[in-house]
Design a protein around this ligand. Structure first.
Ligand code: GLY
Length: 379
């Protein structure tokens, strides 16, 4: 009998010594998951004797096939799973929901070998990862991100956490997964707006680390928007490779290297907070606006020219992302930026472009530079 065609997949290693793991980026191909997962679990003390799992998903993703496929893959290697379905949205990323999940783990008599498996977008990964990092001082974690944003960013690198009512992502940990499984076919289930938000982070990788990748995105923008599977696999895998390289050199954000991933995020977070979370700007949209604004700031410092910013804004525009801050209150944006975790000694630190594929963390921009930039851009 002819063997079934091999599923196209790309494996991206994340090199972190004994905490190393693979991100598998596949086009479908769930048949391969049990063997991949079994070998990932076998490599770890916590994973080797694993017989139980808690799948954490939300009500929207629960209607899609991915939680069931994950459950079937776990069952195929003798792991029995319980599924917890939480309400969709950022409101679930808090200590109340975390407490209900801890109770669920207690009810299933979880031990330190019980696997936690978030299936869904960034909220599920951050929340499920936080549960895994804290219950019984750490459970093994296996990520199944189903949104482009989670696939290229939050599911890789081990940052997990929840929000407090007034502060985002403030309670958390670094807790690396044993493996990450991406089926790029899940991108087909995303509304256009969510696809675009993920693309903002993909563009970011080109600007900060890989000029040829940026050019590749320019050349293929239409086919990417049309969700061509091979291109989705390529952009997810390349984004994960670039992030994996940064994370393996500065896992805990201690040398400043990992901070480069925050290009567009300092002004972006200010925009998001000013417009109100869940308000006018989704995260990826705020990052798009933030990248253009930070590039304008780099222009003022003489680091890049206007053509650089226009090229960036043009690609973001082709991906249907916003590039302007007009209508926002510049003072409110600046005030939110003052609360950024990267700031040091009262100075605002930003990641600014030097040239395509290269950025630098700097406090070279004064509060006055920022005030006048934001005033011009928010008009
Ligand atoms: N999303 C930025 C980081 O993982 O460091």
């Amino acid at each position: 009998m002819p063997s079934p065609p091999e599923t196209a997949s790309t494996t991206v290693p994340v090199a972190l010594g004994e905490r190393s793991y693979d991100v598998v980026v596949a086009e479908g191909g769930w048949d391969a998951l049990p063997a991949r997962l079994e070998s990932a679990l076998r490599r770890t003390w916590a994973g080797k004797p694993c017989r139980k799992a808690l799948i954490v998903t939300d009500a929207n993703v629960a209607a899609l096939p991915y939680p069931d496929r994950t459950r079937e893959a776990l069952a195929a290697i003798g792991i029995e799973s319980t599924t917890a379905v939480v309400p969709p949205g950022e409101a679930s990323k808090g200590l109340d929901t975390a407490a209900t999940l801890y109770e669920k783990l207690v009810a299933m008599a979880a031990d330190r070998h019980t696997l936690v498996v978030p299936v869904g977008g960034g909220v599920m990964g951050d929340l499920g990862g936080f549960i895994a990092a804290t219950f019984a001082r750490g459970l093994p974690l296996f990520m199944v991100p189903t949104t482009l944003l989670a696939q290229v960013d939050s599911s890789v690198g081990g940052k997990v956490g929840v929000n407090l009512p007034r502060v985002k992502n403030i309670v958390g940990a670094f807790h690396q997964p044993v493996a990450v499984w991406v089926d790029v076919a899940s991108v087909n289930d995303l509304p256009d707006r969510e696809l675009r938000c993920g693309l903002a982070e993909v563009v970011k990788y080109g600007v900060i680390l890989d000029a040829p990748f940026f050019a590749e995105l320019e050349a293929n923008a239409d086919a990417i928007l049309a969700r061509r599977p091979d291109l989705l696999r390529r952009i997810v895998a390349r984004s994960c490779e670039l992030k994996a390289d940064v994370v393996s050199k500065d896992e805990r954000e201690q040398t400043g290297l990992r901070a480069v991933l925050n290009f567009g995020h300092t002004i972006g977070h200010g925009v998001e907070a000013t417009a109100g979370y869940g308000g006018g700007f989704q995260h990826g949209e705020a990052v798009a606006v933030g990248m253009v604004a930070e590039s304008r700031l780099a222009e003022r410092l003489g680091w890049v020219d206007a053509a650089f910013t226009e090229r960036l804004a043009r690609l973001l525009g082709r991906f249907g992302l916003p590039t302007s801050l007009s209508g926002l209150d510049p003072a409110a944006v600046l005030e939110s930026m003052g609360r950024d975790k990267k700031n040091k000694g009262g100075r605002i630190r930003l990641v600014l472009p030097r040239r395509m594929g290269e950025v630098e963390l700097t406090d070279a921009a004064s509060a006055d530079d920022l005030r006048s930039l934001l005033k011009d851009l928010c008009r």
